[in-house]
Design a protein around this ligand. Sequence first.
Ligand SMILES: [Zn+2]
Length: 158
Amino acid sequence: MSEDQKKYMRAAIALAKEGMLAGNGGPFGCVIVKDGQIVGQGCNSVLATNDPTAHAEVVAIRDACKNLNHFQLEGCEVYTSCEPCPMCLGAIFWARPAKVYYACTKEDAAEAGFDDDFIYQEIEVSPADRQIPMVSMMREESQKAFELWKEKGDKKLY
Ligand SMILES: [Zn+2]
C-alpha cells in the first residue's frame, strides 16, 4: 500500500471514530477518492438521521455522486474502515467504483456486535420463507411499468 492509500484509509478510520464519539452511529467511516482527491466521505449516521440505510459507505457514495454530479463512481476508489455489509456491497456494485479497500473484516465487526451474517443467509432463502416474509402481488399490473420502460425512447441506461 502507498503512503497516499494509507492516508485515505486513516481518514476513513478517523471518520469512524469521530462519528461514533459524536453519537452519529456505529464506528464506521468511508472516503471515496478520484484522481488523488477525496470526492466524498461519510460516517455511519444511522442514529443522527434516524436512517437505517445511513451506513458510512452509503453516506459517502451519496456525497461523492452529489459532488461529481454523476450517478456512478467510475474511476473511483472506496476506502472503508470495515468490510461492507450486504447493503453497502450492493450499493457499491450499483455505484461501480474501480476498487474497494477495507480495513477491519466482517468478523471484526461481528465481534463488536455488528453481525450481518444473517443477511447473507437470508439471500439464499426463498422470499416467502425469509424472517421478514416477502410476498409477490399484482405482478401483471406492475409489469406495465417495465413495458413502458422498454418502449421509452430517450431512456438513460445505467
Ligand atoms: Zn453497510
